[in-house]
Design a protein around this ligand. Structure first.
Ligand SMILES: *[C@@H]1O[C@H](CO)[C@@H](O)[C@H](O)[C@H]1NC(C)=O
Ligand SMILES: *[C@@H]1O[C@H](CO)[C@@H](O)[C@H](O)[C@H]1NC(C)=O
Length: 516
């Protein structure tokens, strides 16, 4: 009996040793953790390969919205997310007063950078609540709160995200000359716009000239494409817009941490603060300067440890959504798109000609939408993407996942109100929300074929099984689980009271049926 007990203990000890060895090995071997720990020992530059992009397994996907004020426009973003089957958004900075106190005029930007980073740091700690916890490879989408709407479901976004990385990494490989052992890669996709802003007079250096060319068709805007530097309408989008980001938690943390350091330096030195876009874009510009320098010295790189330091401080895996298939910011493209049925060839032709496009670019429903999950089919069997109103750009042919109303000229910011009822989901919003607000077992948001066979499956955070309303990140509830926010609390006009003439639901639903 004693012998048996000893044998058992011995085996148990071996099993524990193997477990710890395996976990430790897994933790130290990922390239990103080596990037992070570059200061702790002699190192060489890290090389990446195409194989890392789509690997078999499971990941979480989370939608993060920095916001500290309620508003019907915020409500539109959140309800479009939930109605289309996205994970219930996590709101950071909700009820957070400290940034307002510290940041004054710049408070929203400070909150966006610091609040989001704090969220990412805390939910990736081992003792974070199981329901809200993220792993380093889990995917994070960060969106500006008050002027964006979803129009396509998560499976399309996740597919396009990987496609965008693939396209960018193929390009990096072509520039490098070989397909393997490349010291740079893309995992973070940020939205692209037509003008390099803010300018250097406004306190930042975006290295506009050093940025990559767009890889959109060279005649996207006809013969005048990219010809006049300051006629932005005809410039293919190749500059950063900091309204939308998507990437793995581990890389987002590195990027946001660098941006936060730069922000703190600027504030400490009393520099004019160029808004968050100035800082995000400056770090991106520096990355591109580093990448070009690295290519120029490709075969003549003297010291591998120095190279590792340079890589650590220069390479953030950031790239832009040149096609605008993920996110479309409407600034300098005010008249380039509208809501249409993509099957209606005559309307497409009509609008294209009116915009001076001689041979129609937009050729109907994008290939990746054909035969994919359609959230409307849950309530209207047989629903067809080609017959539903979708926002499309007649020049670039983008039918984006997220429409970002950042155009302001001639008061078009108000399209947030004028166009809301043109979305395909508006007439069904209440019904779609009721459907998706029911608790239930998580189903995969997307299942993508992996390089090495099998699939990469994405799931919402575990909390979504029970808590279907948006949740508020707070450092006090990281271990116990984030609290839900009621629609009334997040959707109302800031000055709305129960006696107000107009309530948030009169704007968001417009159906005289009250709140949800
Ligand atoms: C296409 O759209 C136009 C204008 O909106 C409309 O008059 C026409 O009936 C539509 N055609 C079809 C085939 O739906
Ligand atoms: C709330 O504020 C807006 C803008 O300041 C104003 O137009 C609106 O009338 C106000 N609503 C109420 C109920 O006070």
């Amino acid at each position: 009996m004693r012998l048996l007990q000893r044998a058992f203990l011995f085996l148990l000890a071996i099993a524990i040793a193997i477990y710890f060895y395996a976990t430790f090995y897994a933790a130290v071997d990922i390239p990103e953790s080596r990037l992070l720990k570059a200061a702790s020992g002699p190192l060489s530059e890290i090389a990446f390969s195409d194989e890392q992009e789509l690997v078999k397994g499971q990941r979480r996907f989370v939608v993060v919205i920095p916001a500290d004020n309620p508003n019907p426009d915020l409500c539109k973003l959140i309800s479009s997310a939930i109605a289309l089957g996205y994970p219930s958004p996590v709101v950071v900075n909700w009820g957070e007063k400290s940034y307002k106190a510290e940041g004054g005029f710049w408070a929203p930007y400070l909150g966006k950078i610091s609040g989001t980073l704090e969220y990412l740091d805390r939910v990736t700690l081992p003792d974070a609540n199981e329901g809200d916890k993220l792993g380093e490879d889990d995917l994070v989408l960060i969106l500006d709160a008050y002027d964006a709407w979803f129009q396509l479901p998560p499976n399309i976004l996740l597919h396009r995200y990987h496609e965008s990385n693939k396209r960018a990494n193929d390009r990096l490989a072509a520039q490098w000359g070989v397909a393997d052992d490349i010291p740079m890669k893309q995992t973070i996709v940020v939205s692209a716009q037509k003008r390099c802003l803010p300018t250097s007079e406004e306190g930042s250096n975006l290295h506009c000239e050093a940025l990559p060319e767009s890889d959109l068709r060279p005649d996207a805007y006809g013969e005048k494409t990219d010809t006049e530097a300051t006629y932005y309408d005809n410039i293919r989008p190749r500059y950063m817009n900091s309204g939308s980001f998507m990437g793995p938690a581990v890389d987002m943390k590195r990027y946001f941490r660098r941006v936060k350091e730069r922000l703190e330096k600027g504030l400490a030195e009393g520099l004019p603060f160029p808004g968050d876009q100035g800082i995000f874009a400056e770090i991106f510009g520096e990355q591109e300067v580093w990448r070009q320098w690295r290519r120029d010295f490709m075969g003549r790189f003297p010291n591998t440890e120095a190279a590792a330091f340079m890589q650590r401080d220069g390479e953030f895996h950031v790239g832009l959504d040149y096609t605008q298939n993920l996110f479309i910011p409407t600034v300098y493209a005010e008249n380039d798109g509208r809501f249409i049925s993509l099957n209606n060839k005559s309307t497409i032709a009509q609008h294209s000609f009116a915009l001076g496009i001689s041979h129609v670019h937009l050729l109907g429903v994008p290939e990746d939408l054909v035969d994919t999950y359609n959230p409307l089919a849950d309530i209207l069997p047989g629903a067809d993407w080609g017959e539903m109103a979708l926002y499309a750009d007649f020049f670039t042919t983008a039918v984006p996942v997220v429409l970002h109303h950042n155009a302001w000229k001639d008061g078009v910011k108000e399209r947030r109100i004028w166009w809301w009822d043109q979305t395909w989901y508006f007439p069904h919003l209440r019904q779609l929300l009721e459907l998706h607000l029911k608790p239930g077992k998580l189903r995969p948001l997307a299942s993508l074929p992996a390089h090495n066979g099998g699939h990469l499956k994405y799931f919402a955070p575990k909390s979504d099984e029970e808590k279907r309303k948006p949740r508020a990140f707070s450092r006090d509830t990281v271990k116990t689980g984030f609290d839900e926010i009621e629609f009334d609390a997040i959707c109302r006009y800031e000055n709305e009271t129960k006696d107000s003439k107009k309530h948030w639901y009169d704007e968001v639903f417009r159906d005289n049926k009250g709140p949800i």
